[in-house]
Design a protein around this ligand. Structure first.
Ligand SMILES: *[C@@H]1O[C@H](CO)[C@@H](O)[C@H](O)[C@H]1NC(C)=O
Ligand SMILES: *[C@@H]1O[C@H](CO)[C@@H](O)[C@H](O)[C@H]1NC(C)=O
Ligand SMILES: *[C@@H]1O[C@H](CO)[C@@H](O)[C@H](O)[C@H]1NC(C)=O
Ligand SMILES: *[C@@H]1O[C@H](CO)[C@@H](O)[C@H](O)[C@H]1NC(C)=O
Length: 468
C-alpha cells in the first residue's frame, strides 16, 4: 500500500492537494455524462432481443506476426503501473502487466452476437471501421493469463448461474460473457427473462444433454437501495438509502453461484443520502440545498466514503445471508463466489456532448478518483475475505475476489465506442434535416468485442481457482 500511495503522490500531486475543489468542478460535467451515458445501456425502446442470431464464430486461430498491426498510440511499454497484492486475488497478480499486439481474431463477431445485436453495442455494426482495437492481449508481468475458454466456462457454468449486478458496466460485462459463451455453445442462448425496461435480463444456454447455463444481469447502480437521477423523469439527484439493501438482487442470492458486482460511476453524481428515514447528507447538492434542512445540506458527504460504506455493507450482507442459508439447512444453492470488478475508467477528453472525442493516448498512471475507487473495492474485498476465513460457522465458505481491471482498462481509451454509441453517427451531419447537435461520444462503456472481454478472461481464472 505504501508503494501505491507513493506512486500517487509523485505523479498526481496537485490533484491530491486540491481535491475538494477539483471534485466540485467536475461534478457538473459528470452529471451530464451520467444522465445520458449511464442510462445508455437501458434503452426502453429496444425490442426484446430474442436470443437469436448468435453464431458460432470460429475460435481456431492462427498466430501471425503482428507486423500488419498499426503502431499503438495507446501505451508505452515499461513504465511501472500501480499494483498491489491482495489476499483475495488469484495466485498471480493479473492487474500488473501490459497490452501486447495479438493478430488473432476475437472470439466472437459483435455484428452477429444476438445478445448485443439489437442494443447496438457492437461498434462495428454501428459503423466503426477501424479494427486495430480488438487486436490486443493483456499480458500480466509475472505470469500468463490463459486465453478465455468458452468451453471451460460453460463446463463450470453447467446447471449454474452467474449474475452481474450493478450499473451499465455490469451489463457491458454480462453481454461480453454471453457473446463469448455463444461462440462455443451448441445453440444460441434463450433470453429467458427481460424486464420491460431491459434492466434485468437472464440468458439460458442449453447443451445437448439437458444441461443449462444461466447468465443474468441485475440493475443496481448503488448496490444498496436507491433511486437514480434522471433528467427525463424530473429526478435531479440520486437518492441512496444507506440502511436498506436492494432486494431486487439480494433476495435472489440463494439462486446465484457467482455474483459479479460492478458499481462506482453513479456515486459521483449529485446524491442525497437517507438513513433511518431521514436525509443525513448529500453530495454535489449545492443547487438543491434550499430543498433540505440547512444543517444537512452543509454537511456535504464525500462520495468516496459513501461508496466505501455501500461496498462494505453489501459484501457483509452477502456473507451474512450465505451463513444464514448454510445454517438454516434450507438446502438449495448458495453463492460460492462474490467477485467485484474494480472501477472502470472513462476517457472523456472534454465535454462529452460537444463532440469531444475520447482521449487518444492512454494515461499510464491512474488519476486520483480511479485510484481511490479501485482501492476502496480491493480493500473491502480483502476485509470481507478475511472476516469469512476467520469464521467457522460455514461448511462451504463464500469466496470474495476483486477483478482488478482498473489499470488495464485505463490503458485502453481506444476500446470505447466514441461516436459509435449509435448507429451511423455521422449520417445526419451530411443532410439537411436541421439536426446540428454535435455527435455524442461514449468514452465510458466498451466496444464488444474489446477490452471488456479481458474482464471475463480474468473472471474465468478467478472461478477456476475456486473450483480446484
Ligand atoms: C437447470 O438445470 C437444473 C438441473 O436440472 C434445474 O434444477 C434448473 O431449474 C435449470 N435451470 C434453468 C434456468 O433451466
Ligand atoms: C436539521 O437536521 C439536524 C441534523 O439532523 C437536526 O438536528 C435539526 O433539528 C434539523 N432541523 C430542522 C429544522 O429540521
Ligand atoms: C466455532 O464457532 C463457535 C461459535 O460461532 C465457537 O463456539 C467455536 O469455539 C468455534 N470453533 C472453533 C474451532 O473455532
Ligand atoms: C439524415 O439524417 C437523419 C436524421 O439523423 C437520418 O435518420 C437519415 O438517415 C439521414 N439521411 C441520410 C441520407 O444520410
Amino acid at each position: 500500500m505504501m508503494t501505491l500511495l507513493k506512486t500517487y503522490n509523485h505523479n498526481d500531486k496537485q490533484h491530491q492537494f486540491s481535491l475538494p475543489k477539483r471534485n466540485f468542478v467536475t461534478y457538473a460535467v459528470y452529471a451530464l455524462i451520467a444522465v445520458a451515458l449511464l442510462y445508455l445501456f437501458v434503452d426502453p425502446a429496444a425490442p426484446p432481443a430474442a436470443g437469436s442470431g448468435a453464431t458460432a464464430a470460429s475460435s481456431t486461430t492462427t498466430t501471425k506476426p503482428s507486423s500488419s498491426l498499426p503502431p499503438s498510440p495507446y501505451y508505452e511499454a515499461s513504465s511501472p503501473i500501480i499494483s498491489t497484492s491482495s489476499a483475495a486475488a488469484p495466485l498471480c497478480d493479473y492487474s500488473d502487466g501490459e497490452w501486447v499486439p495479438d493478430a488473432r481474431p476475437p472470439l466472437y463477431d459483435g455484428t452477429t452476437c444476438g445478445a448485443i445485436k439489437d442494443d447496438g453495442r457492437s461498434c462495428t455494426a454501428n459503423g466503426r471501421a477501424d479494427t486495430g482495437y480488438v487486436h490486443w492481449r493483456w499480458q500480466p508481468r509475472a505470469c500468463d493469463l490463459p486465453d478465455f475458454s468458452a468451453d471451460a466456462f460453460l463446463r463450470w457454468l453447467r446447471n449454474r448461474h452467474v449474475a452481474f449486478v450493478g450499473d451499465s458496466l455490469a451489463r457491458n460485462q454480462a453481454e461480453s460473457l454471453v457473446c463469448l459463451l455463444s461462440s462455443r455453445s451448441p445453440s444460441p442462448p434463450d433470453l429467458a427473462h427481460r424486464s420491460a425496461d431491459g434492466r434485468f435480463r437472464r440468458w439460458v444456454f442449453r447443451d445437448d444433454s439437458g444441461g443449462n447455463a444461466t447468465v443474468s444481469v441485475f440493475w443496481s447502480p448503488f448496490l444498496l437501495k436507491g433511486v437514480e437521477k434522471s433528467e427525463r423523469d424530473g429526478v435531479r439527484y440520486n437518492q441512496v438509502f444507506l440502511d436498506a439493501f436492494d432486494e431486487r438482487w439480494m433476495s435472489e442470492l440463494h439462486g446465484i453461484d457467482a455474483a459479479v458486482l460492478s458499481a462506482g460511476h453513479w456515486f459521483r453524481i449529485p446524491s442525497v443520502y437517507h438513513r433511518g428515514g431521514r436525509v443525513v447528507g448529500c453530495h454535489g447538492c449545492d443547487d438543491y440545498a434550499a430543498e433540505f434542512n440547512r444543517t444537512v445540506a452543509e454537511s456535504t458527504s464525500s462520495f468516496f466514503s459513501v461508496f466505501r460504506d455501500a461496498v462494505r455493507r453489501t459484501l457483509a450482507e452477502a456473507a451474512r445471508r450465505h451463513r444464514h442459508q448454510s445454517s438454516s439447512g434450507a438446502g438449495g444453492k448458495k453463492p460460492q463466489l462474490v467477485a467485484f470488478t474494480t472501477f472502470s475508467p472513462s476517457h472523456f477528453e472534454g465535454h462529452w456532448n460537444e463532440g469531444a472525442p475520447c482521449k487518444k493516448k492512454a494515461d499510464r498512471e491512474l488519476g486520483y478518483t480511479e485510484t481511490e475507487m479501485r482501492k476502496i473495492v480491493v480493500e473491502a474485498v480483502e476485509e470481507a475475505a478475511s472476516t469469512m476465513s476467520s469464521s467457522n460457522d460455514s461448511a462451504q465458505p463464500l469466496r470474495f475476489a476483486a477483478l482488478d481491471v482498473t489499470a488495464l482498462a485505463n490503458m485502453r481509451p481506444d476500446g470505447h465506442p466514441g461516436p459509435y454509441m449509435r448507429k451511423n453517427p455521422f449520417a445526419a451531419a451530411g443532410n439537411n434535416t436541421g439536426d446540428h447537435r454535435p455527435v455524442q461520444h461514449d468514452c465510458l462503456h466498451w466496444c464488444m468485442p474489446g477490452p471488456v472481454d479481458t474482464f471475463n478472461q480474468i473472471l474465468l481464472q478467478t472461478i477456476l481457482l475456486r473450483a480446484r
